[in-house]
Design a protein around this ligand. Structure first.
Ligand code: ADP
Ligand code: MG
Length: 402
């Protein structure tokens, strides 16, 4: 789960990471009065949960309160499309007004999870401000990376070394180190999946001395840990999530929309991955990743199936469940309910094995619905691809049905 920049900056403040003074506004009038309170030149920043706002016109420099009001009016209520939002864009319901600082250099600093190494990875670069992917592609030597041993944690010497490697001025190495340590503390205490400061800017503080300030803040959290982070869970903004993913999240499903043509309803993340592989093996493209919880009941399976039906571009659905804890007869009942509600003509192949599968298959056979049963994953993947191909053939040659 992601949060907004202004919320991430509030967490930064709590952990002692320097951020510019700022206020949020949801209307142009609020923006104007916030500008009056903050004073001086400001930036007005669209609050959407995606980067690339600067280049997409989502960060505006203003000098006076009326200008701030106008900038807010131009952003609020709009859908902002950046290179990270996808074509649908994201709605702007709030802006953040912040003191505009005079930047002399932009650094990059982030923490994320390196799942292969089972460690938190700290990434830093002297080339901040732009997409780190671009730097990684063009000048990989400019990216420094340190993996953090979970038993030892992040140590000051690692940050001091990094500071040298990315060109932090010697007088600011201690500040860089304390920012890095605070970021790591925030990461571990709040169950983050990623934290990113881009740019971490070199500016002049009020007394004419150089200082580092986090001008941008991105934070993502492990959805599986939200139950023990109620303060973080409360920050969720459903409007920023793709609608089907938001609906799946509400239903407690682990769901990712993909671009392919075959929907997959699977229980267990590993089996979901294997199912996607099998679909690809037979020439299809998965239209979603879905791992229903192993405690799925009829209504969970029905909701999951309906979400897949609502996914654009789906031409067929493969249900693949190996019931251990899961009662596959409840899954079958959910699939039947969803199909009866929607009267979909899509090809559907179901492979249910394990607990309750005899009853499950009987329910499906007796349902009178056009559902094909498969005995194995391979067979199921092959069947769904054949059915989708023949359905397409029928559609393109209507006369062939006569
Ligand atoms: P995004 O990453 O979505 O484009 P940022 O918050 O990084 O948004 O802002 C884009 C750029 O705008 C930054 O790289 C920085 O150059 C500039 N900027 C952002 N906040 C401020 C600020 N408070 N003062 C001066 N410049 C800023
Ligand atoms: Mg940024």
């Amino acid at each position: 789960m992601n949060i907004h920049e202004y919320q991430a900056k509030e967490l930064f403040r709590q952990y002692g990471i320097p951020v510019p003074d700022g206020l949020t506004a949801a209307t142009p009038e609020e923006a104007e009065s916030a500008a009056l309170r903050l004073g001086g030149p400001l930036v007005v920043k669209a609050q959407v949960q995606a980067g690339g706002r600067g280049q997409a016109g989502g960060v505006k420099l203003v000098r006076t309160p009326p200008e701030a009001g106008n900038a807010a009016a131009a952003l609020l209520g709009r859908v902002l499309r950046t290179r990270q939002t996808g074509a649908a864009g994201k709605p702007v319901h709030q802006v953040l007004l912040e003191k505009a600082l005079d930047i002399s250099h932009e650094y990059y600093l982030s923490l994320s999870i390196d799942s292969a190494a089972e460690q938190v990875a700290l990434v830093a670069s002297g080339e901040g401000g732009m997409d780190i992917e671009e730097v990684a592609a063009g000048r990989p030597e400019r990216i420094c990376r340190v993996n953090i041993d979970p038993f030892i944690g992040l140590r000051a010497y690692q940050l001091l070394e990094l500071a040298g490697a990315i060109g932090i001025p010697p007088s600011l190495k201690r500040q860089f180190t304390s920012i890095g340590l605070a970021l790591y503390r925030l990461f571990t205490e709040k169950d983050c999946a990623m934290l990113e400061i881009n740019p971490l800017a070199l500016v002049e503080n009020g007394e004419g001395k150089p200082a580092l300030v986090a001008l941008d803040a991105k934070a993502g959290f492990d959805a599986g840990a939200l139950f023990r982070q109620p303060d973080i869970a409360a920050l969720r903004d459903r409007a920023q999530e793709p609608p089907l993913e938001a609906r799946a999240f509400d239903a407690g499903l682990n769901y990712v929309s993909l671009k392919g043509n075959i929907g997959c309803l699977v229980i267990g993340a590993g089996l979901a991955m294997a199912t996607m592989d099998a679909i690809k093996l037979f020439g299809g493209e998965p239209g979603n990743f879905l791992d229903c919880g192993s405690n799925s009941k009829t209504e969970d399976s029905r909701e999951a199936f309906e979400i897949i039906l609502a996914e654009p571009g789906i031409e067929g659905i493969l249900v693949n469940v190996f019931g251990g804890i899961t009662q596959t007869d409840l899954v079958a009942a959910g699939v039947i309910e969803a199909l009866r509600r929607h009267r979909e003509q899509l090809p559907v192949v179901v492979r249910l094995e394990g607990t309750g599968s005899a009853e499950a298959n009987r329910l499906l056979l007796d349902s009178g619905l056009n559902v094909q049963l498969a005995g194995s994953l391979t067979e199921g993947a092959e069947m769904i691809m054949k059915l989708v191909a023949s359905q397409k053939g029928r559609k393109s040659r209507p006369g062939a049905m006569l």
